[in-house]
Structures are given as C-alpha cells and as structure tokens.
Ligand binder design. Structure first.
Ligand code: M6R
Length: 600
C-alpha cells in the first residue's frame, strides 16, 4: 500500500526520492509524488500512474537536497493527480505525505477546518490543513504537529516539510510502518528499509505516537508529550541481490524459482547442531499448554493457515481453528480458556490481522507471529515470532512465502508433536528434502506449464479449481493466484461440493483444474471430474505419481501426501503466471492490489 520516502543530506533529493519510490513500487500504488525543499520554498511534483509517469512530470532544473515522496494506493478519493500526495496547506507553507487512514477526518474538518476550502477528496489533506491552522494561531511547527497528531484517530505514517524551516523533516507514525535510516551527513525515512538500502543499512524503528525530527546531522525522537527518547539503530539484513530482478523478466518468476532453495534454507534455519529440528522452547511451551489454537491470516496466508491446521491437528492433536483476520475481530467466536493465537503474515504488516492481535492482547491471550519480516508490526507486537527465511518477496502475488509458511508450519507441528511424545510417522527433514527436489522439478517444467496455460486459459472468462482434502486448499490458492494476476474469474471448490450448486456454472469448454494427489480421495475426485466433463467442462487433471491415469495433463513427483501442497502449488503458480503473461497483464503489479495491506 502507500509508501513513504524522505531524504535530507547533500545529494540531489529528487533522484534519491524517485529511486526510493521505485523500490517501493512492489507495495502497490496508483499515483505518486515528491516534494523538494530549497531556499525558494517547496516544490511539488505528482502524477497519476507509475513512477515512470512521475519522472516525466519532474522539473530536473529544481535543485534541492531535502524532500519527501509518496506512492498512493487510493482509499479516500479517486486515484488521480489531485488526490496524489504530497498535499499542501492552502498557503503552501506545509507539505505532507501520509500512509494510513484517518477515521475521524470528517469530524476534524467540521470542528476545526470548516472555513478551509479543501483541494482534494482525501482524508490526508485535513492533517496538513490542521497543522497550518495551529501554526497560524502561533504554535511552533513542532507544537502544531504534535497537537494535530493528538486529534487524529486511525492509522498514519507521516512526513512533513515546513517551507519556513530549512533542512528539517518532521515524522510520526501510529499503526503504519515507518523507519528512519541513518547516514554520514544525511538521514532518510522509508516505509520499508528496502527503499533506502542503497544509502544505508542502519535504521531506527519508530514507535506509535512518537515524533522524530530528522535533520542532516542527526535525529531527535520524542513522545507526543515532549519526552526525549533514545533508541539504538538496527542493521537491515537484506542483500541487494535479493531485491533486484537480475535477469528475470518478473519478480514473480524469480520468486517461484527460489522455492527449492527457500525450503532447504528453512530446514537449515530450524536445525540445531545435531541436525535435529528445533523450535524456541518458549514457543513450544505456549503451544503445548494451549487448549486451542486460532490461526489468523488473510489471502494466501489464510490458505497456508488452512493447511497449517491440518499439520497441527494431525501431528499434535491440539484442536485448531482458522479464521480470516478481517472477520475475526468483529465476529469473535467463543474462546476457550487458554487459546494461543497464531498470526500468519508474509509482510507482518497486514492491518486486518493486527486489529485481531490488539484485541486478543487486551483479552490477555498468548500470540505467535509467523512472518517473513523480522521487526514487522505483527512480529514486534506478538509474544513470539517464527521467521519464514524466504528473503524479500516483492511480486504482489505471494509464492515463495506460501511454501515457506507451509514448511515452517510443518516444522512447528512436527517439533511440537515430538515434545508431546507423539510419533508423526515420518522423518520431516528427509521428507522436506524430497519436497525441495520435487519443487525443483516443477519449476523446471515451465514449458509444460506455459502450454497448459495456453491450452486451457488463453481465452476463457472463468476457471474452476477442484480438489479434496489438501488439494482443496491448494485449489483455493491456485484460484487466488490466477484471479489476482490474470483477472480471470477463478474459484476453488471442494470436489464433493460441486453438485450442491456450483456445477450449475459449468458450460461448454469451462476449464476445470483438478488436483489429484491424495490417495484416499483419488476415486472421488476422479468422479467429480467425470461429472463436470459430462456437462461440457474442459478438465485439466494434475495428479501425483502412483495415482496418475491416462489423459492426466501433468503428473507431480511422489512426495509425502501431507507435504504435497508445497509441490502441487507450483503448477498453480506457473499456470497463473503464464496465463497473465498471455493476457498482457502486469504480473508483478496487478491492478487494484497492494503487497502490504496496511489499511483495514
Ligand atoms: O502479508 P500478508 O501475508 O499478511 O498478506 C496477506 C494477503 O494480503 C496476501 O497473502 C495476498 O492475498 C497475496 N497478494 C496473494 O498473492
């Protein structure tokens, strides 16, 4: 979602900001802008569309070494140039970028800004107008900034320039991520360390309801009440090569290809010196003393959670519920006495999940976050964290984070089961090794996947995915992948559920991708395929060695059935990728979507 960058130093701020925004493109946005400050004041450049469009709108003759920038994912008001950030106060003294949602902006407008003519339809503009109002009443910029922040309800990360104050950026956050990066005679701000990694790997984390005054030679952190704070920087451990596409045409393809290595890396990361899988004892305690586990997640992470439930219940015997995070907080089920909440989130920033974390913490319940981003909000705020070790995932469509989530959930379940004295019946390290090899064979089968995408999905309006048991959950993920990047209407169904309604949708030629990797239900899913074929569907069966039949479109290598989702999802990802390519879709940045969904 929205991304923020800021720079104050000696270089050309425009270029630093534009490059930073390019690194935040993966978050998803529909307009962008920068504001730079020099002795003549503040100049704003903004544009609807991509950073490339913004570059075309920038006047490169304007020299400045201080500035802020923003990518906007529209919430309040259309994605157009007027609503793009930065926003300015009416007299153009203050200029501001904002990430988040101000829930009480109507009230603020009514109570404080009734006489101000707003330029945009955004909730953001009221912040900058409010600061200008208080400054106009005689407050210093810092006082006006703090006073305004105390009135805001909702989420925000904010960077503010004052045309009358050289070389200062005011920064604050509440619920939305924001970091300050430190350098020699420069400092930066960024929603994500990746944006400024070319300049520094030293970052200071901001806490909610603090302000930071960023200058070229230092940063001052204060609470809203004016109490000075000290905080040590941390080193962002991201390899530049992880965030470059290299020779790949798209991040999504690169990330699909990384999956065998990610699974191997996870196994290593969770092995002790004796090559035994291990989990932090405090996490095992929390899990083994819980009477029920609640998995909370959204999108792809929710789909991983459905499989995680199977792993945890089957291996440990602890009952597990899986919930969509945006529903759970507002429709909480009856809770048992000692639940453990497990948050699964690639980014660790998903606002829908965070609202649940806040609520269950108020109730005094224990929490564990499984995330790819150490130091993310969900990681910091939960009692425990397990890392995915997948490396930065940049494409909006989640691929390697999903397989990483499954691998970590399997390890968590396997180790917890062992601690409970239960035998899971197979050697997890060995089986995950076999899985990594099987994933490799699938990422190597790109031509075959491209042909399947072409044969079944070239012109279709819709597509169904069916499966049973684990294959049903992978089908849900396959459908999400296909719809989000190719815009084909795709749905996943439990095979047995078709006859209860969905089969009415089958028309002549409707593609139905059926997964058949589970021996116990192989005949059942084959029966479901016959039912749709009899009604004109064009079935594409993806089966597993040992279960294959004549006419199957693709056969996966044999792996442990419980772990089959890590392998069967690869054709789903590749088929979606090639279907999207065939339709000329922007694979890495699908329309309307954001990578990190930081608003509820
Ligand atoms: O960062 P998270 O895992 O919490 O994100 C949740 C979803 O927004 C995410 O999985 C989304 O569904 C993916 N773009 C799907 O590919």
């Amino acid at each position: 979602m929205c991304g923020i960058v800021g720079y104050i130093g000696e270089q050309d701020a425009k270029e630093v900001l534009l490059k930073g925004l390019e690194r935040l493109e993966y978050r998803g946005y529909d307009s962008a802008g920068i504001a730079v400050r020099n002795d003549e004041g503040v100049t704003v450049f903004k544009e609807k569309g991509r950073i490339a469009d913004l570059r075309g709108a920038v006047d490169y003759a304007v020299e400045a070494s201080t500035g802020i920038g923003h990518t906007r994912w529209a919430t309040h008001g259309k994605p157009n140039k007027v609503n793009a950030h930065p926003h300015q106060s009416t007299a153009e003294r203050f200029t501001l970028v904002h990430n988040g949602v101000i829930e009480n902006y109507h009230h603020i407008q009514r109570d404080y800004l009734a006489d101000v003519e707003m330029q945009s339809d955004t909730d953001t503009e009221i912040i900058v107008q409010l600061i200008a109002k208080f400054a106009g009443e005689g407050m210093t910029t810092k006082e006006a900034f703090c006073k305004s922040l105390t009135l805001l309800e909702g989420s925000y990360a904010i960077a503010l320039l004052d045309a009358e104050e050289a070389e200062t950026i005011y920064v604050a956050k509440n619920k939305s991520p924001l970091l300050v990066g430190l350098g020699e005679r420069f400092n930066v701000i960024a929603s994500d360390a990746m944006a400024m990694l070319q300049l520094t790997d030293q970052f200071v984390e901001l806490m909610d309801k603090e302000i930071v005054i960023v200058r070229k030679d230092g940063v001052e952190i204060e609470t809203l009440a004016g109490e000075g704070m000290r905080r040590e920087p941390f080193t962002a451990e991201i390899d530049m090569s992880d965030i470059e596409k290299g020779t790949y045409p798209h991040y999504m393809l690169k990330e699909i290809d990384e999956q065998p290595a990610v699974v191997r890396k996870i196994v290593q990361a969770y092995q002790d010196d004796n090559d035994q899988l291990t989990i932090d004892p405090a996490i095992l305690d929390a899990l083994n003393s819980a009477d029920r586990l609640h998995i909370i997640a959204a999108g792809t992470s929710y789909h991983a959670g459905l499989i995680g439930k199977e792993y945890l219940e089957k291996m440990t015997g602890i009952p597990v519920e899986v919930h969509i995070s945006s529903e759970f907080g507002y429709n909480m089920p009856l809770l048992s006495e000692k639940p453990l909440f497990i948050f699964i989130s690639q980014s660790g920033e998903t606002a829908d999940s965070r609202q649940v974390l806040v609520k269950i913490k108020e109730l005094g319940h224990a929490s564990l976050t499984i995330t790819n981003v150490g130091g993310s909000t969900l990681s910091r705020e939960a009692d425990h964290t397990l890392l995915l070790h997948a490396g930065p995932e940049i494409a909006v469509a989640s691929t390697k984070a999903y397989t990483a989530q499954l691998a970590v959930l399997a390890i968590l379940a396997g180790v917890a089961a062992k601690a409970r004295g239960k035998d899971i019946g197979f050697d997890l390290v060995q089986e995950l090794g076999i899985v990594a090899n099987a994933i490799q064979s699938q990422v190597d089968a790109k031509e075959e996947m491209e042909a399947i995408a072409h044969q079944y999905l070239a012109t279709t309006r819709n597509c169904f995915f069916i499966g049973r048991v684990f294959d049903y959950f992978v089908g849900l993920e396959g459908a999400l992948k296909l719809k989000e990047i190719s815009y084909i209407q795709a749905e996943g169904f439990a095979g047995g559920e078709l006859k209860h309604g969905t089969i009415a949708l089958i028309e002549e030629g409707t593609p139905v991708i059926a997964l058949a990797t589970q021996e116990a239900v192989n005949l059942n899913i084959r029966g479901n395929v016959k039912e749709v074929a009899a009604r004109g569907a064009n079935p594409c069966i993806i089966s597993m060695e040992g279960l294959q039949e004549q006419g199957d479109a693709h056969v996966l290598p044999k792996v442990n059935e419980m772990l089959s989702p890590l392998v069967s999802v690869i054709p789903m990802q590749l088929i979606s990728y090639y279907a999207a390519l065939h339709r000329d879709c922007d694979v890495d940045k699908p329309r309307n979507l954001a990578k990190s969904v930081t608003v509820e």
